[in-house]
Design a protein around this ligand. Sequence first.
Ligand SMILES: Cc1cc2nc3c(=O)[nH]c(=O)nc-3n(C[C@H](O)[C@H](O)[C@H](O)COP(=O)(O)OP(=O)(O)OC[C@H]3O[C@@H](n4cnc5c(N)ncnc54)[C@H](O)[C@@H]3O)c2cc1C
Length: 266
Amino acid sequence: MLLREVGYVRPGSVAEALAALAADDGARALAGGQTLVNVMKARAGSPDVLVDLNGIDELKGIELGGDGTLEIGAMTTYSEIVASSEARARPILGEVCAQIADVQVRNRGTIGGNVCTNDPTNHLPPLLAAIGAEFTIQGADGSRTVSAADFFGVYFTAVGPGELLTSVRIPAGRSDGFAAVTLGVDGTCIASAAASLNGHVRVALGCVDAVPVVLEPAAADADAVRAAVQGASLDPPSDVHASAAYRVHLAEVLAVRAVQQAQGSA
Ligand SMILES: Cc1cc2nc3c(=O)[nH]c(=O)nc-3n(C[C@H](O)[C@H](O)[C@H](O)COP(=O)(O)OP(=O)(O)OC[C@H]3O[C@@H](n4cnc5c(N)ncnc54)[C@H](O)[C@@H]3O)c2cc1C
C-alpha cells in the first residue's frame, strides 16, 4: 500500500529537531521506524512531517559513569546495547535487547522509540521500570528528568507535543531478571515480568495493563512474590493470544521466574 505523501526533515541537532517539531503540529519524530512506519502503512497514523532523528549524534551512545550509572542516548539501537561493553555494567539490558524480535528490528529499533511507543507488549517498559531507569526529556523550555512511574501513562508518555526523549539513565546494579511468554521464539510478549533485587525487591509486570505494573514484594521468596502479584488485583485484557485469567496466571509464574533469575545473577 502506498503511503500518503509526507514531509521529511533530517536535522543534525536536538535544537534543530525541536524547531522542526514546533514548526508543524503534525510533525512526528522518526527513530528506528519499526513501529511508526508500520503504523503509517496501516493508516493508523498519518504524520504531516517526519523528523528523522537518525542524523543526531548527541542522541546516540552509551556512557558509563564512575558510579556505575549508564546514560544511554535515546537513538541507541538494541544491537548497539547488546554489543556495548559499557552496557554490560547492567547485564540484563543487553540480555533483554537480544530477545527483541529479529536482527533487522534490533539493528533499527531504539531504546527511545521502544519506550515512547509505550506498547504494553514491548520488552523495555517493564524492564526499565523494574531497574529504576530515569528518562530525560527536552523541549523548548529546557530539559527535565522523570521516573518510570511518571513516564508511562495510559496511551501517552511524559514526552509532550514538540518534545523529545533524549536519554535514559540506568542506575548501577546487577541482580536483575526478566521472564516472558512470547508468540513463538523472540516474538511479541503475551505476558512479561522484570525483577530487580538491588537494595529491595522490585517487580514490574508487562502486558497486564496499559502501563508496567510495579510491585514491591515484602521478600524475594516465591510465596512473597506470588502474594504481591495476587494482591495487585490485575485485570488484564483478553485477546486471541490469551484470556485475562491466563495472563494473570502467567504474571504470577513469570514474576517468580524473574526474581529467581535475579537471585542467580547476584
Ligand atoms: C516485526 C516486529 C516485531 C517486533 N517485536 C517486538 C518485541 O517483541 N518486543 C519489543 O519490545 N518491540 C518489538 N517491536 C517493536 C520495536 O521494538 C520498535 O523498534 C519499537 O517499538 C519502536 O522503536 P523505533 O526506534 O523503531 O521507533 P519509531 O517506530 O521510529 O517510533 C515509535 C514512536 O516513538 C516516537 N519516538 C521515537 N523516538 C522518540 C524520541 N527520542 N523522542 C520522542 N518520541 C520518539 C515516534 O514519534 C513514534 O511515535 C517489533 C517490531 C516489529 C516490526
